[in-house]
Design a protein around this ligand. Structure first.
Ligand code: NAP
Length: 257
């Protein structure tokens, strides 16, 4: 039975933790081969072990998404070792504490640090993947899935660097859909709301935070990483063959309020 991504190679940045790890596992469950990229080499190895424990294959790519040479090399290595690249999911990102200050108090250094990873890192992954994702006319489409945030959709609750970076990721995704749609590349952006991962690190564990979260999310719970990954898996697969240029909140309804 075709599980949707049979033998497709998918690069997953941020694959050493949280949403990226769950996405690597989802890709493998659909029959694909995840190339797991993260600056956390231990996290990469742990995710690869979880994937191989299911009987699937994985490639380990310890690398920093903000390092241009490292990104070019990692993507070339993926293609030379696995023979192709059919999809990319860009989940690497940071949520910087000092960035949560009012904009006038955020230092340029903090702003640039967040941008360099969340936005420039996404740009580099896309830039070096695209030549491999482009398909000849009539060939099977390839798929880019970026992970932004509901910060791309609203002005409340996030830092200025984080908000700007995620808005940029959503806009870049639409640009790729338009520029590369004619070359067989689909591009879609997922905007998660609150997700239970090491990044959020038990942020809803106390009673007051839990009550606030329940008021802010119509479904009443934060997402599990696998619930974001399954949407990424769908967008990677041919089930989403006519879906491109979309910025899609996966947020339990929080942006509907
Ligand atoms: P996570 O568990 O912290 O995973 C992010 C991974 O990206 C970590 O392994 C992190 O490594 C890695 N990373 C950070 N900077 C990197 C770099 N320069 N190069 C390579 N890898 C790097 O967080 P997550 O919650 O899964 O977040 C995944 C994505 O979803 C992020 O883009 C985040 O902004 C977005 N998102 C998350 C939520 C949420 O509530 N969790 C909501 C909306 C959007 P380190 O541990 O070394 O930093």
């Amino acid at each position: 039975m075709d599980r949707g991504l049979e033998d497709r190679v998918v690069l997953v940045t941020g694959g050493g933790s949280g949403i990226g790890r769950a996405t690597a596992l989802d890709v493998a469950a659909r029959g694909g081969v995840p190339a797991i990229l993260d600056r956390d080499a231990k996290g990469v190895t742990e995710t690869a072990a979880l994937v191989t424990a299911t009987g699937a294959h994985a490639l380990e790519l310890p690398a920093d998404v903000a390092d241009e040479d490292a990104m070019r090399d990692a993507i070339e290595r993926t293609v030379s070792e696995l023979g192709r690249l059919n999809g990319v999911v860009t989940a690497a990102g940071i949520f910087d504490g000092p960035d949560l200050q009012p904009l006038a108090d955020v230092t340029l250094e903090t702003f640039n640090r967040v941008l360099s990873i969340n936005l420039t890192g996404t740009f580099l992954a896309i830039k070096y993947a695209l030549p491999h994702l482009v398909r000849s006319e009539g060939g099977e489409r390839s798929s880019l899935v970026t992970i932004a945030s509901t910060a791309a959709l609203r002005g409340h609750g996030f830092g200025s660097g984080y908000t700007a970076s995620k808005g940029g990721v959503a806009a870049l995704t639409k640009l790729v859909a338009v520029q590369y749609g004619p070359h067989g590349v689909r591009a879609n952006c997922i905007c998660p709301g609150a997700v239970d991962t090491p990044m959020t690190n038990g942020a809803w564990d106390d009673d007051a935070s839990r009550a606030r979260m329940k008021r802010a999310i119509p479904l009443g719970v934060v997402a599990q990483a696998a619930e974001i990954a399954s949407v990424a898996g769908f967008l990677l697969s041919a089930d989403a063959n006519h879906v491109t240029g979309q910025v899609m909140a996966v947020d339990g309804g929080s942006t509907a309020i």
